[in-house]
Design a protein. Sequence first.
Length: 171
Amino acid sequence: MGIVFNVRVSTPSDMMAVDALLSRSYPVLLKRDYPPSLLVTAIPLISRANPRLMSSGTYFVVESENGAIVGAGGWTPSAPPGFANEPDIGHVRHIVTDHRLTRLGIGRLLMDRIVLDSETSGVAQLECFSTLTAQAFYVACGFRTLAPMQVSLRPGIDFPAIHMRRLSADH
């Protein structure tokens, strides 16, 4: 029998567990695609849960059978800071899977929930700024690559990413 995971809407009380998940998993997951010199400055900036996302109602956590948070991610109708909003486009935000549990369907479970939730809300397209590491995952979830990009984490710290888009089933 396989491992059972539960997806639920995140709450502010999940903040510490999501912070811990991000800070232990991002360094391991991203190390093959990013140089250590970038990761040492980027990891502290990207491994913090966003309180607004955590309480948005569109950010989710995946729990294992014992209640541990092993995945997190969501979407917002508004673009990340510094990017323009476009009507009918949702934005995938801050997805992570526990690095010790990859390839068990946690990411797919999250993405299925994100797609269903966003489409139910009337979103025609989802965009994401994928890490180099996650590009194949997003392609497998129906996203197409638009262009390489740089996400400015802070002045002087640019993080290579890939702009991707997925049309809803109705489009």
